[in-house]
Design a protein around this ligand. Structure first.
Ligand code: CTP
Length: 405
């Protein structure tokens, strides 16, 4: 399920070292099922060759407005009329200054000016040195370009090719892909706030040991990404996992079940939906030792006292927010057997409208999963598929349910 299947994207490159990222972006767009027409300025061709971009897009690249390959010699009209979307990445400070004035002395700026504004969105992905980025002229130009109907994307922060550190790096290819997908994706969660708990928790025994589980967090992270794509504001409360934060998602890292409980409860008042995917440890040691526990020579593991952790999902579902219908709670059930019966029992015990059952050993760490959706009416089996796809489908399903309720 790709929003980009059969979409025709014009990928414009203006001059900047970030052109190297445009090569990866082009490949990613093609992999997602889009057709990509690359158009480069002469400055861009100093950084990366049209040959590279032709090979990746599988189409001849256009650089000049005098290119005689178009029978009517009007590449700027023909190419901009075919497009479903135009993305200039990188958009240099100079190129944006030019667009701002409606100047059109090369093919790419001609196309930006000639595009049918109502039908073809224009996305600009700025890339420049941090001083150029923060200069009032650049900021002024970007504000005006937004007012003129372009979508000026943000920039990354960090070490720059020039050796300086700050704002102005072009967004990464996967972040740009998300922005492009967002243009075409249905947005049933626009204006909604989705809270997701994900990953395992870690319950300390002493400063170097603890108890945890094999949850990778992949399903929760995929759900957070899918909810953002569906237009929601997303808060992700993540246990200890090694996944990078999905683009556009606000992440809070926690370690123990108690920390996760506190983070979820403090974010809950703003939320319209809470999806509990986390594999929360059921128990924690009553007291974590302050120093490493040493072997005492008896051959026995020292006894530990265990306390049951609070049930985050049940506590969320018991709030006035959930009981009044303002907050829609979704639980997961990680089982080893009898998924339907256990999921039904959890539906009742935790008082939530929807439980998503799965087999723990077949999902922890995997990139795909099979789901069983259980509610008061019955059960629906979703066959094995990539977690990213299941997440998009589940987000659409949740959106449908909150519109009905
Ligand atoms: N959950 C939670 N807090 C807990 C335990 C579970 O929020 N302390 C949530 C999980 O995130 C999941 C659902 O409750 O959405 C079910 O979790 P699961 O581990 O499958 O079940 P448990 O409630 O722990 O019950 P059991 O161990 O008996 O299977």
């Amino acid at each position: 399920m790709s929003e980009l299947l059969n979409k025709h994207i014009v990928l414009g490159l203006s001059g900047g070292i970030a052109c190297y990222k445009a090569a990866e972006l082009c490949r990613t767009l093609v992999k997602q099922g889009a057709t990509v027409q690359v158009v480069m300025t002469e400055a861009a061709a100093q950084f990366i060759t049209p040959v590279t971009m032709q090979a990746l897009s599988n189409r001849p690249v256009f650089v000049s407005q005098w290119d005689a390959r178009e029978p009517n010699n009007m590449a700027h009209i023909n190419l901009s009329r075919e497009a479903d979307l135009m993305l200039v990445a990188p958009a240099s400070a100079d190129f944006m200054a030019k667009l701002l004035h409606g100047r059109a002395d090369d093919l790419l700026s001609l196309m930006c000016l000639a595009r049918p504004v109502e039908r073809v969105p224009l996305l600009l992905a700025p890339a420049m040195n941090r001083e150029m980025w923060s200069h009032p002229a650049t900021q002024r130009n970007m504000a005006q370009l937004r007012a003129d109907g372009a979508q000026v994307l943000g920039v990354g922060q960090g070490e720059q090719a020039c050796g300086e550190t700050g704002d102005g790096r072009m967004l990464e290819p996967d972040e740009l892909l998300h922005e492009v997908k967002k243009v075409f994706a249905p947005k049933p969660l626009l204006g909604k706030h989705v809270l997701v708990s994900a990953g395992p928790t870690f319950e300390a025994i002493d400063p170097v040991r603890g108890i945890t589980n094999l949850s990778s967090g992949k399903m929760g992270f995929a759900l957070a990404q899918a909810a953002a794509l569906a237009g929601a504001k997303v808060t992700l409360v993540a246990g200890p996992v090694s996944l990078s934060t999905p683009y556009g998602v606000n992440r809070t890292n926690v370690r123990s079940a108690l920390e996760m409980h506190a983070a979820v409860m403090s974010a809950l008042p703003q939320a319209d939906v809470f999806i509990a995917t986390a594999a929360v440890a059921d128990w924690r040691p009553a007291q974590a030792a302050t120093q490493k526990i040493k072997k005492d020579g008896s051959g026995q593991m020292p006894a530990l006292n265990w306390i049951e952790n609070p049930d985050i999902l049940a506590d969320a579902a018991a709030t006035e927010l959930a009981r009044s219908g303002k907050l829609f709670c979704v639980g997961f059930a990680a089982e080893s057997h009898d998924v339907l019966a256990h999921a039904q029992a959890k539906l009742v015990r935790k008082k939530v409208p929807l439980i998503v059952g799965n087999i723990g050993s077949e999902t922890f760490g995997a990139d795909d999963n099979a789901l069983l959706l259980v509610d008061a009416q019955g059960a629906d089996e979703w066959p094995r598929a990539p977690k990213t796809e299941l997440a998009q489908r589940l987000v659409a399903e949740i959106a449908k349910r909150i519109q009905r309720s």
